[in-house]
Design a protein around this ligand. Structure first.
Ligand SMILES: [Zn+2]
Length: 424
């Protein structure tokens, strides 16, 4: 089929006014001017999305879909530690039914907002089924944590078992599986070392919250602060579960052997210049979550520095336990205001598409509209389009309500009522 629209943003190349795509067998076969495609492939069915903007499907590089139902139930704007303790308390009351319902709601919301690929962390294992049912692409990471060194073997065995279950469930889908050691402060040092060994042995992708809060920096470096005195005692740990030697969270993880080109580090708010060089040297990718950072008052990630250093950087919403919506359009708009002139609208749209795909190791498959890539895309209608600044126009106006189409592997998985696109 040929799919055309008022504006096509290939991302890896310049915008095409009155552009289109030739899609066959779930792949993009040609990209160009609509008129040329219609002329060159005369027998091909053609659908026109009218005034819409067509772009690659968005990649949400960090979610916990099983927590979607926690929207509005946690104290935001107080402190990271108080929020984390409240989450621990609340989480202990939740059951598998809650997680499954949350994950279903989250998967539906992603598709309706133009997300076609997601990096999701699950502790309960409940996100595979809804993501599979929705037809989304992505990586599901099994969460592992445990601050008591004596529990390392037991926790690792349980995680390996959960990983095998996720792999079985994900078979034959567009989902792959990885491991998520939760954060440097929530795993004991022996467990971190065991995770590093497991990741090397199984060659799995990994994701980890890293350098998120000032509390984490103080705890990892000095073994003191609210994580030592409030958060860990809440789970029965009364002394640091790692060697305290003044390291930053990034340097500490490097010592533990966890920094690699298969790691997607999430947040990366407190990263100095030597840490940045270490991340670059090890090939670590980043997922930046500006609104979650703002909600938890942990600071602002040095995004312009990461982009200037050509790190692989994607954009994530995090969960609704620390954010208002799962919309990457909301995230991009917020980031555009937050970073002012230091990060452009084009850079943000690129992060939410090709950047996320690159961070997840999927840039050969998705992330841009180019021949040979899979046909994962989205379209949205905006009122005013400035051809000289299409990315700025998008971020000025875009919202989930304007998304008209989400497609994965050439299949329409979401289409707004009234949208004229007949292809299935
Ligand atoms: Zn998170």
């Amino acid at each position: 089929m040929i799919l055309t629209a008022r504006l096509l943003l290939p991302i890896a190349g310049p915008p095409i006014v009155d552009g289109g795509l030739l899609i066959r067998d779930g792949a993009i076969c040609a990209v160009g001017k609509a008129s040329a495609l219609i002329r060159d492939f005369v027998t091909e069915p053609h659908d026109d999305l009218g005034s819409a903007v067509l772009l690659p499907g968005l990649v949400n590089a960090h979610t916990h879909l099983e927590l979607t139902g926690l929207h509005g139930r946690l104290p935001l704007g107080k402190s990271f530690t108080e929020w984390a303790i409240a989450l621990l308390d609340l989480r202990s009351e939740l059951d598998d039914e809650f997680f499954a319902t949350s994950a279903r709601a989250g998967a539906t919301t992603l598709l309706r907002s133009g997300v076609t690929c997601v990096a999701d962390i699950t502790a309960s294992g409940s996100s595979v089924a809804p993501l599979k049912a929705a037809g989304l692409r992505g990586i599901i990471f099994q969460e592992i944590l445990g601050p008591h060194p004596e529990q390392a073997t037991e926790r690792l065995d349980a995680a390996e078992k959960a990983l095998r279950s996720l792999q079985l469930q994900a078979g034959g889908t567009l989902l792959s599986v990885g491991l998520s050691p939760h954060a440097p402060y929530s795993l004991s040092e022996p467990l971190l070392l065991r995770c590093a060994e497991l990741l090397r042995r199984l060659r799995l992708p990994a994701t980890m919250h890293l350098a998120e809060s000032p509390e984490e920096v103080t705890y990892i470096g000095l073994g003191i602060g609210p994580i030592a005195t409030r958060l860990l005692p809440a789970v029965g740990r009364h002394s640091p579960s790692h060697r305290v030697c003044g390291d930053s969270p990034v340097a500490f993880l490097d010592q533990a052997g966890l920094l690699s080109d298969r790691l997607l580090a999430v947040h990366a708010v407190h990263v100095g210049m030597s840490d940045l060089q270490l991340l670059k040297q090890r090939g670590v990718a980043l997922a930046i979550c500006p609104r979650s950072n703002q909600s938890l008052m942990v600071g602002t990630a040095p995004l312009a520095r990461y982009l200037a250093a050509a790190l692989r950087v994607g954009l994530g919403t995090d969960s609704l336990a620390s954010n208002e919506t799962l919309s990457l359009w909301d995230e991009m708009r917020f980031a555009h205001r937050l970073y002012g002139g230091t990060v452009t609208a084009q850079q943000l749209v690129t992060m939410a598409t090709l950047g996320g795909a690159t961070a997840l190791g999927m840039a050969g498959v998705i992330g841009s509209l180019a021949p040979g890539k899979r046909a994962d895309l989205t379209a949205l209608t905006i009122d005013r389009l400035d051809d000289a600044d299409p990315y700025g126009s998008l971020l000025d106006q875009a919202s989930d309500d304007l998304v008209v189409l989400s497609m994965v592997e050439g299949k329409i998985l979401y289409q707004r009522e009234g949208t004229r696109c007949n292809y299935h």
